[in-house]
Design a binder for this molecule. Structure first.
Ligand SMILES: [Zn+2]
Length: 330
């Protein structure tokens, strides 16, 4: 281990128990890192509105600290020298929990209290295929109180050049409520794992659920391949992901995307700065400026989701995923 990384380590953990340790890290950093304390103070006064849309609801949060994330263009090729997730560039006060090939950090611009960033020790691009096991392992080792989230490199990751996940506490996002409504759930197939979609959400929401990690990984990779074909993208298709572990089962919520930003973001006159990433797709919409916070309504929100979500044709999907199961992903 290099000496710069060694100095960053608050604790090392490889076998679960991340729930308590992350809470300890947050408490420690609130004492030792004034900028984080200030960010958490600001978070307390964050304003929220609930908006009922056609069949679903969203929470709007006014959070001026997120302006950089909302406006990030995602295409700047910043090098290791300037990458803000490389451990050698972290603020001097920032410490982390070493977990396998990752370091778990407190997010300096939190959307919620206990908002963690899980950053690869190595500078490598944001791609999920190699790390799909990691999102499941993280959800297991963080335990049932947490969600592990992932933003695709071209649909919400504020740093697409450095592999990272985030973790937040459960109970923060509208989609968590909506997934509990049985009448919403439309099962596409069910054998040793289930794939289902949530109806009347104004955007496509798919969910994989099962116990067998090998099977989950295989079906997810096949689904990525289907999305790639559907969108004609050579690289990783646009997806936002949420994973959690509950009652001995893994859940993976998948938001397939057609675009990063809605039309309204780019309109010449009076744009609305909403830049959907996983938190927005899950129903919490972050606005950095007060005017956008006040003027968002059900019609604008439904239009935003319609612009950026990708509808996946269900006919033949089960067959195509099962068919590819004959060729396991190594
Ligand atoms: Zn980096």
């Amino acid at each position: 281990m290099d000496r710069i990384l060694e100095k960053r380590i608050f604790a090392e953990k490889n076998d679960g128990g991340l729930d308590a340790l992350c809470r300890d890290l947050v408490s420690y950093q609130l004492q030792s890192w004034p900028a984080l304390k200030h960010a958490y103070e600001q978070l307390k006064s964050t304003k929220k509105r609930v908006i009922n849309c056609n069949g679903f609801f969203v929470i709007i949060q006014h959070n001026p600290r997120r302006v950089k994330n909302i406006m990030a263009d995602g295409v700047n090729h910043f090098s290791i020298e300037s990458c803000f997730l490389c451990h050698k560039n972290l603020p001097s006060e920032q410490m982390g929990i070493l977990w396998k090939e990752y370091i778990i950090l407190t997010n300096p611009s939190p959307i919620f209290p206990n908002h963690m960033t899980i950053s690869s020790i190595d500078h490598r691009p944001q791609r999920i295929e190699r790390d799909i096991k990691t999102i499941f392992w993280l959800s297991l080792e963080f335990g049932p109180n947490w969600l592990i989230i992932y933003n695709g490199h071209n649909c919400g990751a504020s740093n697409p050049h450095h592999m990272h996940f985030q973790a937040i506490l459960r109970g923060s996002l509208p989609v968590e409520e909506e997934i509990k409504h049985k009448e919403r759930v439309y099962v596409i197939f069910h054998n040793n794992l289930s794939l289902f979609k949530l109806k009347d959400m104004g955007r496509e929401v798919l969910c994989l659920k099962g116990k067998d990690l090998v099977e989950l990984e295989r079906v997810f990779i096949n689904l990525l391949f289907q999305l790639k074909t559907l969108t004609n993208i050579d690289d990783e298709p646009m997806v936002n992901l949420i994973s959690f572990f509950e009652n001995d089962e893994f859940f993976l919520i998948i938001f397939p995307r057609s675009r990063h930003r809605p039309n309204i973001f780019y309109r010449k006159e009076d744009p609305v700065y909403v830049s959907p990433a996983v938190i927005e797709m899950a129903g919490t919409i972050i606005t950095a400026n007060k005017r956008d916070f006040e003027r968002l309504n059900d019609i604008i929100i439904e239009k935003i989701y319609n612009d950026v979500s990708l509808e996946v044709p269900l006919e033949g999907l089960a067959e195509s995923l099962e068919c590819i199961e004959l060729f396991p992903v190594s």
